[in-house]
Design a protein around this ligand. Sequence first.
Ligand code: S3P
Length: 181
Amino acid sequence: MTRPAGPAQGPVAVLVGPMGSGKTAVGSALARRWGASLRDTDHDIEDATGRRVAEIFAEQGEDAFRELEHRTVVHALTTHDGVLALGGGAVVHPGTRAALADYVARGGHVVLLEVAPDVALARVGHDPNRPLLAGDARERWAALLEARQAWYDEVATVRVRSGAHPATQVARHVERLLARG
Ligand code: S3P
């Protein structure tokens, strides 16, 4: 239950990874272990706009969503001191990647959750609030990962396989990796 050393200001750890990689489940387990709160930028955006993520995509388009997401992530990286889960596409925005690099330079941890497609699709393949998976969810999910893999690799300080074990076990593994520094 050791909370890792982190930046003077900002989250103890940030979770990134594709849709269905378990960011919320692993984030909750980590937050419980560390007596911290979990914040999720999709929820922040929905609270701030009064709109579901799918509505923002439909009404304003992906670029507008990415701008909102960028501002939300930047804000959370300085104001939230618990665990922070980002939407799977947050790494698409160069400004968000730069903000994550700054957070890491300040001593932050960015944890990439990696997951097998079958596990991810069983979790989110039919979710209407995941507009980017509409249509052939398997094909869309794989194409998004291929397009984003280099960005996940760029921002991550540690990577963990998620999905094969319960979230509590994945969280223990994350904690061990972060304790190594
Ligand atoms: C998205 C992932 C979603 C959400 C939106 C777009 C993406 O978050 O932000 O539907 O582009 O991968 P989760 O990763 O929490 O599902």
